[in-house]
Design a protein. Structure first.
Length: 698
């Protein structure tokens, strides 16, 4: 789709400049230094720039000279007119480097919308505005104002920040890391991350896709596109702005616990994205993927000349869910035969501080041949007798031909610099500390599981949608935005089991309801303004007689009036007491970019304190719902511990799928929560005891 943007036969630079301090000069200079195709500088005040004939406008270029790509570097107010001229001249690909658009305010946003309208009018695709430009090393195109040209490589970097691009280029230049493409997204007025991800799936020059994102333009589309990319090649993303608050002020447990970062976490898991926690992680993971084969398992060997480094690395492997490989007998015998008597021949392998190049080479080759070993972390501490350069040369040759990843961590500074230089020259990263090597090994291992992951369609959910539509319409007519227990019919419409209940407005009605349901019962206040009933004394449990009910009714109403004197009280709800079971919570908060964010965790009054919750994005598949349930820390309490019977996890999964579908069917629902859902023993189902729902303003 974007072939001529990355591999054009000709490029026009509109706003080319003779002034070395101007962006228009830098862009033209970079093109001249890198690009082999035709270049057309556009500047009405110059006849030539850097030895190339200039044109006054894009229309002055001869008609037989087809311009595939235009790079615009002029003041923002001139850009719409220039885009109009480009459209009339038949140019279909544009990069707007100019700043001064929506990032500056209302007037800039107006200009940007005008550019979008013109682009649609002429079927133009454009990158930017307010971007660094692009680099494509396979076509030798540097259409950017970067200070350096990227080395050829197999990593494509997409960045929402131009400065991140330039920093990454400088970092890579110092470490002999190559790239296939650099793409600075800018304001994403037209082309955005999904467009470029789509293009990179089949890009033969790209084996690894890395991205720095501050947000995504189309959340559901991003998940779908990420799945396609991650099946073909690893996709690593660092997301900036992790601490951003949710899109609206919220009142439910779900809303309190669900910020934008939880939505991105869920999107990355469901999209097969490897999440980097920092820019350093992004670049180091990308470099590892560009260099190494994917390990076939999680069993790692450690080779070291320093016992302390080996122990630290072993600890970190366990923290990162990597296992220490158990060696085959043959490996142990061979290590015992050649290593010094004081050496540790088990994992971690300690070749001792005076290990020479022959010892390192032998140990590495021996451990690599062990079928139980999926990857190796090679450590060196610079002792007085350590021949860093010779060891580095030997292991570099082995690593380059190995079919298993061998990640090096030569720990030190001045003493290891020569060895690090040898590794870098061979395209092999050296990780400053073992923890960094383990993190990269973990990223490599996680991609094996991502690539094998199967994505299924969500199930078809039968529901009485008409009933739900009527309930919501009636509430909106009354300008009622919050629904509580009185909206249990919404759950019933989606075939979610609910507790037997009756609503009463007076004490006599309450007594009658209790005796109709049968003791013991629970009594709960009905008020659209009371979110957490227990906080205001709005719940009474285990009422076993008429006397209990009379006392509970009076004290509950008094307590609620004391805490919330202006709250509207619509009566009470009487419920049959549910004996036994485990309380869980299922909720939904509508994320501004990804849509319904589904939450699950242990329920009851302590959910906000424990914060043992997980998230997923609708539509959920059965596998995704199962993953959400099994990912909470306290999952063993549901699965059964110390002889306890397992609870009905299948019923939880079914309820999650139904809430997911409800959230998609009715975008009027802003927040939704069932708390608690009481889950009985396996095969005995679950029951919704309480719920709360918040509607958008109509």
């Amino acid at each position: 789709m974007l072939e001529k943007m990355f591999n054009p036969d000709s490029v026009a630079v509109i706003g080319a400049s003779r002034n070395k301090e101007k962006v228009g000069y830098a862009v033209l200079h970079n093109l001249i230094e890198s690009y082999k195709g035709k270049i057309f500088p556009i500047n009405p005040e110059a006849d030539e720039i850097l030895g190339i004939k200039t044109y006054s406008s894009i229309e002055d270029i001869p008609l037989d000279e087809n311009v595939d790509l235009a790079v615009i570097v002029v003041p923002a107010k001139l850009v719409p007119g220039i885009m109009e001229n480009c459209g009339k001249s038949g140019i279909k690909n544009i990069i707007i480097i100019s700043a001064g658009f929506k990032e500056t305010g209302i007037e800039g946003a107006r200009l940007e919308r005008k550019c979008v309208r013109i682009a649609k009018k002429y079927d133009i695709r454009f990158l930017g505005p307010n971007c660094l430009g692009i680099i494509d090393t396979s076509s030798d195109l540097n259409a950017s104002f970067s200070a350096v040209m990227a080395k050829k490589g197999n990593i494509a970097l997409i960045s929402q920040s131009g400065a991140i691009c330039t920093s990454a280029l400088d970092w890579a230049d110092n470490r002999n890391v190559g790239f296939s493409k650099f793409i600075s997204l800018g304001n994403k007025a037209d082309l955005a991350e999904n467009d470029f991800l789509s293009d990179l799936i089949d890009d033969s020059s790209t084996d690894v896709v890395a991205a720095y994102l501050e947000g995504v333009k189309d959340g559901p589309g991003f998940i779908e596109m990420s799945r396609r990319v991650s099946k073909a090649k690893p996709l690593i993303v660092v997301k900036a702005g992790r601490t951003a608050a949710g899109s609206k002020a919220v009142s439910s447990h779900t809303g309190t616990l669900a910020g934008s970062d939880e939505a991105y976490d869920a999107a990355f898991v469901q999209g097969g994205v490897i999440r980097a926690d920092s820019l350093e992680d992004l670049l180091e993971y990308s470099r590892a993927f560009s260099m190494y084969d994917i390990p076939q398992g999680d069993d790692i060997a450690i080779i070291t000349n320093a016992g302390g480094l080996g122990i630290l690395t072993a600890d970190e492997c366990q923290r990162q869910d990597l296992s220490l490989a158990g060696f085959e007998e043959k490996t142990i015998d061979e290590l015992k035969e050649k290593l010094p008597p004081a050496a540790n021949i088990y994992n971690p392998v300690d070749v001792l501080g005076d290990a020479d190049p022959d010892t390192y080479e032998y140990a590495l080759n021996t451990v690599l041949e062990d079928e139980n070993v999926d990857g190796i972390i090679l450590l060196i501490s610079p002792q007085a007798m350590t021949d860093i350069e010779n060891i580095s040369s030997r292991v570099a040759k082995i690593i380059q031909s190995a079919t298993k990843p061998v990640l090096c961590s030569f720990v030190g500074g001045t003493k290891i610099s020569a060895g690090e230089k040898i590794l870098t020259g061979s395209g092999i990263p050296n990780y400053t500390f073992p923890e960094r090597a383990v993190a990269s090994m973990r990223a490599l291992s996680s991609y094996r599981k991502i690539r094998k992951k199967e994505y299924h369609s969500p199930p078809v959910i039968e529901a009485d949608r008409d009933t739900v539509a009527r309930i919501i319409e009636k509430a909106q007519e009354k300008k009622q935005r919050t629904l509580g227990l009185e909206a249990f019919d919404i759950l019933k419409a989606y075939n979610i089991p609910v507790v037997e209940k009756e609503i009463a407005k007076t004490l006599p009605e309450t007594i009658e309801a209790c005796e109709s349901i049968g003791y013991p019962v629970a009594m709960k206040i009905l008020s659209p303004e009371i979110t957490h009933k227990s906080d205001v004394g709005g719940i009474r449990l285990n009422l076993t007689s008429r006397a209990d009910v009379e006392k509970a009714y009076d004290t509950m109403i008094s307590s609620v009036r004391r805490y919330m004197p202006h709250a509207t009280i619509n009566g009470v709800q009487i419920q049959r007491m549910i004996e036994g079971g485990r309380e869980v919570i299922i909720g939904m908060n509508r994320d501004v970019q990804f849509g319904p964010l589904i939450m699950f965790g242990l329920g009851g009054t302590y959910v906000e304190f424990l914060k043992d919750v997980t998230f997923g994005l609708a539509p959920l598949t059965e596998n995704e719902a199962n993953h959400i349930v099994s990912s909470i820390r306290t999952y063993p309490l549901l699965a059964g511990v110390r002889g306890e019977k397992p609870h009905d996890i299948g019923c939880i999964i079914d309820t999650l799928l139904r809430i997911s579908q409800l959230s998609l069917d009715f975008p009027q629902i802003l927040e939704f929560e069932v708390n608690p859902l009481v889950v009985m023993d396996e095969g005995k189902g679950c029951t919704a005891i309480d719920m709360r729902l918040t509607l958008r303003e109509s």
